[in-house]
Ligand binder design. Structure first.
Ligand code: AMP
Length: 285
């Protein structure tokens, strides 16, 4: 079932709620791939009913980002969801979510803003306001769908950490389930933005996971000094890959430490052919 209106979604969930059936939400921006499908599968296993939201959220994109050109493939996404046992796809328009005219003026919206310590680094540093937009839309989706469980990928690890923090700080009665990163055979993390890459670009993009794997290997061999671990990346870099950040932080708090431990996570962001790609790996697993 495809639902575009908030009221219709509320009507749709009412009988399930009344019946005490558990409801899982998988929030996405569409252009679904096997990474998204792994979240859907986890939701199907845990919940009686599964709702997938498909919404390219304008308020989490910066003015120079790819909001307009972000891939929109609702028909294919819907068919994929139905094939995979999803109960409902919720795909509202921006006007339905934010009201008519929001594009001209989005400064009269109540935002949910995560703490600075979690957003002043990694993706939050270059994408100022991004996580305010993410937390705001996720909160709205939580209030509309009222799921018992919501599923997010570790691919966007900073996002997952921030959403867990939001749920804890705001006492939101929803359990957040993190799901492992799904990769192509060569190691490239699946992403809707991989569609922008040429075949050659895809080969260059393998560098991200190679750098992360190597850091993990060095950690397992006994190197724990964070600066030394980060330096191991230099030999991999070339002119086709523009490094935005490479950091090692605590997996739960994003705190910076001098020495890595099993709960540390290496985070990387690069541009390949102008496409911004991110990846991460937990060192202790
Ligand atoms: P997006 O549509 O990019 O906003 O992603 C929707 C959800 O799918 C987010 O929770 C992502 O972390 C998750 N996701 C995206 N790519 C992957 C992947 N390769 N493996 C696991 N989860 C992913």
């Amino acid at each position: 079932m495809l639902i575009k209106k908030i009221n219709e979604l509320r009507e749709y969930i009412r009988p399930y709620k009344a019946n005490n059936e558990t409801l899982g939400l998988v929030p996405t921006m569409g252009a679904l791939h096997n990474g998204h499908l792994s979240l859907i599968k986890a939701a199907k296993e845990k919940c009686d009913r599964v709702v997938v939201s498909v919404f390219v959220n304008p308020i989490q994109f910066g003015p120079n980002e790819d909001y307009n050109k972000y891939p929109r493939t609702l028909k294919a996404d819907y068919e994929l969801c139905m094939k995979n046992g999803v109960d409902a796809v919720f795909s509202p328009s921006p006007e339905e979510m934010y009201g008519a005219g929001f594009i001209l003026s989005n400064d009269n919206l109540t935002y949910v803003c995560p703490p600075y310590n979690f957003t002043d680094k990694l993706c939050g540093k270059s994408r100022v306001g991004h996580f305010d937009g993410v937390c705001t839309v996720v909160n709205k989706l939580f209030n509309i769908v009222q799921p018992d469980f919501a599923f997010f990928g570790e691919k966007d690890a900073q996002q997952l950490i921030i959403i867990k923090k939001m749920v804890k700080d705001l006492n939101i009665p929803i359990e957040i389930i993190g799901c492992p990163i799904v990769r192509e055979t060569g190691g490239l993390a699946l992403s809707s933005r991989n569609k922008y890459l040429s075949e050659n670009g895809k080969k260059e993009a393998l560098l991200l996971s190679k750098i992360l794997q190597n850091i993990k290997k060095c950690y397992k061999q006994g190197i724990i000094n964070v600066d030394l671990l980060k330096e191991t990346a230099f030999s991999f870099l070339n002119n086709n890959v523009e490094l935005e950040y490479l950091e090692i932080y605590d997996s739960d708090t994003l705190e910076e430490k001098q020495e890595a431990d099993d709960n540390s996570r290496a985070f990387i962001a690069c541009r390949v052919e102008g496409v911004r790609l991110i990846d991460n790996i937990k060192l202790g697993e």
